[in-house]
Write a protein that binds this ligand. Structure first.
Ligand SMILES: [Zn+2]
Length: 203
């Protein structure tokens, strides 16, 4: 989040991947339609229901907390379906339930009269330095920290991106209040505008 908070989300499938593989193997050995097959299928269904409960419970609590503590919530559209096609990310993202998280936030924002905004997914929030506006190259996902080649500021990848999301979403006063620079804000906002315009034309 833009205030630097990091959320440690549960990854219920990752934690139980051995069990999942065991259950899948068990199912694959049964004859389709047999009683044993049906029993194994049911065990997998229950397993998935449990994972879903863990995720949903966590996402409900987190979204309620975020809505309670903030008047405006700005989320970056991370193109979840596109990312899920990337096999490396697929399981990790599905395990977190990002899509459900957005739906919950959106619904609660409406219920509690909070402003909810989503910024364009094509804005390179991870590549722009939130301190000076310099746009570096694309960072491999494994790189969690980087240093701006222009101003030398050291960034946590996610925190820097979150600040850019905040600026792009029009909450630049907040950024300035936290020690950001007006010049930076204008630059990032301009980059966002251009990107949004491109997006609008493409659609
Ligand atoms: Zn910089």
């Amino acid at each position: 989040m833009s205030d630097g908070t990091k959320i440690d989300a549960p990854k219920p499938l990752k934690k139980r991947i051995k069990k999942y593989r065991k259950l899948s193997k068990l199912l694959s050995k049964k004859t389709i339609g047999s009683k044993r097959y049906e029993k194994a299928r049911l065990r997998i269904a229950k397993f998935h229901a449990k994972l879903k409960d863990i995720r949903t419970d966590f996402l409900h609590k987190l979204s309620t907390q975020i809505i309670r503590e903030n008047q405006t919530i700005i989320l970056e559209d991370l193109n979840v379906s596109g990312m899920v096609k990337n096999r490396k990310l697929s399981r990790a993202i599905s395990d977190l339930g990002w899509r459900q998280f957005r739906t919950l936030l959106e619904g609660k924002a409406e219920k509690y009269s909070r402003e909810f905004r989503v910024i364009d997914r094509w804005l390179a929030t991870s590549q722009i330095c939130s301190n000076c506006g310099f746009k570096g190259g694309k960072l491999d996902l494994s790189i969690r920290e980087w240093e701006c080649l222009n101003c030398g500021r050291r960034h946590d990848r996610d925190h820097n991106a979150a600040i850019n999301v905040l600026v792009a979403g029009g909450q630049s006063e907040t950024l300035n209040g936290r020690g950001g620079k007006q010049k930076t804000t204008a630059k990032v906002a301009a980059a966002c505008e251009a990107s949004t315009r491109r997006g609008a034309t493409a659609r």
